[in-house]
Design a protein around this ligand. Structure first.
Ligand SMILES: Cc1ncc(COP(=O)(O)O)c(C=O)c1O
Length: 452
């Protein structure tokens, strides 16, 4: 990009734009990276510098940027028609996508309710669950249970079931009351391997059981991020926990709401993270990868029993919820194109070699000083940085190690976006083993620079 144009844009960025999750004062004397092009696994800035998109553009992108089949789906749908309302009208992309989602998601989910982002997918789930109990005479079921460290979005309903104090505590006066449960964080295992997993799951499940025994009659649903709590710090959780909460939710009549906004569509090595545990939720939230990370769209799926409780001659039993862009046809067409790619290009099968290469690369990174708790689930990997990794002594916060790694990442051609002192990759499914090896080598250089 021409230098003057770049300067002009960045000045206007500073003059007019308020970026999300950003302390804008951090940018008082420096610029945001201005992206001019995105192709495959890479983003290019206005100076032509290339960066690996190791976080898949906020955990969204699946098949790489600018995939020709995705672009063609957008063009074709725009040639047919653009946005139309989805209440009182319907359209082929919305219908066909719903059919595919019911086919692909864990068994028992039969109905698809569209919205347009991850937070709204969660809002829909919470309201759907709440209203179900109102319709079925269990009007005392009005609260939700959620986990420590959980993140379900930034709208107030989603924040009410959020467990990351740094983001959520300030808003408590605005939120509805919920029950916060301990997270089955695998880092807390006292023994390695399967025994440690069982122990972590059992401890966290005991808290769920106790809560349900005492208050299950008043709880509408329990919301979880299956297998992997993302924004809370890339907390990986045992499959036995998911199986356990499934069993407890069924026993105590509490909806199990699986938020797969981040984990859905292959990121964890299987299509949906619930599959790792062979578990089917009552309500499932999807977004991000739903459109291969290209268009805003979300879907909340539920069991027929929930849908049936709203299906009535009584208009008051309508689910009064909707968004302007609910079921946007262009987004639905893109989602269908992405699902076709999964099948035709055997995307999940091919990703397995990359997942193995990632495991291998992590073994190398695990040997570096200051690195601990190296963990992986499919194409997601994370590790924590400590001043003294052996004693788990953290860096003093003022060293802002995460922020320093973010900067060092740019120098090494990587978009890294650490969560505090936790560094992670959230790789697109199109990443190849060689890419992973290159990303790990660049990360190692960035680590050495920041930590030496
Ligand atoms: C598990 C989970 N749920 C919900 C959301 C919210 O999605 P959105 O940012 O599209 O509102 C996120 C976003 O990161 C997420 O990770």
């Amino acid at each position: 990009m021409e230098k003057n144009l770049k300067r002009e844009l960045l000045d206007k960025d500073r003059a007019y734009v308020w970026h999300p999750f950003t302390q804008m004062k951090d940018y008082a004397n420096r610029d945001h990276v201005l992206i001019e092009k995105a192709e495959g696994l890479f983003l290019y800035d206005a100076d032509g510098r290339r960066y690996y998109d190791t976080v898949s553009s906020w955990w969204c992108n699946l098949h790489g940027h600018g995939h020709p089949r995705i672009k063609a789906a957008i063009r074709d749908q725009l040639d047919a028609f653009d946005h139309v309302m989805f209440s009182g009208l319907t359209h082929a992309p919305g219908i066909e996508l719903a059919e595919q989602l019911v086919r692909l998601t864990p068994e028992g989910l039969t109905r698809v309710f569209y919205s347009d982002n991850g937070s709204t997918a969660v809002e829909v789930a919470l309201k759907m669950s709440f209203q179900y109990w109102q319709h079925t005479g269990r009007t005392e079921k009005t609260t939700f249970a959620y986990l420590d460290g959980s993140y379900h979005g930034d709208t107030l309903g989603a924040v009410s079931v959020g467990g990351v104090d740094r983001y959520h505590a300030l808003f408590r006066p605005l939120l509805f009351h919920g029950h916060r449960l301990p997270a089955p964080d695998l880092r807390q295992a006292r023994t390695a391997g399967a025994d440690g997993e069982r122990e972590v799951a059992a401890r966290a499940l005991a808290a769920v059981r106790e809560l349900f025994e005492q208050k299950g009659d008043t709880i509408a649903g329990l919301i979880v991020e299956p297998m992997l709590q993302g924004a809370g710090g890339m907390i990986m959780t045992p499959s036995a926990y998911l199986q356990g909460v499934r069993e407890l939710c069924s026993r105590y009549g509490v909806h199990l709401i699986a938020d797969e906004v981040a984990t859905g569509f292959g990121r964890t090595g299987v299509m949906f993270a619930c599959e790792h545990a062979g578990v089917s939720p009552d309500i499932l939230c999807l977004s991000k990868g739903l459109t291969a990370g290209v268009m805003p769209l979300a879907a909340t799926l539920c069991r027929e029993e929930l849908y049936a409780a709203f299906y009535d001659d009584d208009a008051a039993k309508t689910f009064f919820h909707g968004h302007s862009f609910t079921g946007n046809p262009v987004a639905c067409a893109v989602a269908l194109a992405s699902l076709r790619l999964f099948e035709e290009e055997r995307v999940l099968e091919r990703a397995q070699a990359t997942i193995a290469a990632l495991a291998d690369a992590l073994r190398g990174l695990a040997r570096l000083p200051h690195v601990a708790h190296v963990r992986q689930l499919g194409l997601v990997a994370a590790f924590d940085l400590y001043l003294d990794a052996e004693r788990r002594q953290p860096f003093p916060p003022e060293r802002r190690i995460g922020a320093a790694m973010y900067e060092a990442g740019f120098e090494e051609g990587l978009i890294l976006r650490p969560l505090g002192d936790t560094l992670y990759y959230w790789l697109p499914l199109c990443a190849k083993p060689d890419d992973v090896r290159d990303i790990a080598a660049r990360t190692e250089r960035a680590l050495r620079r920041v930590l030496s």
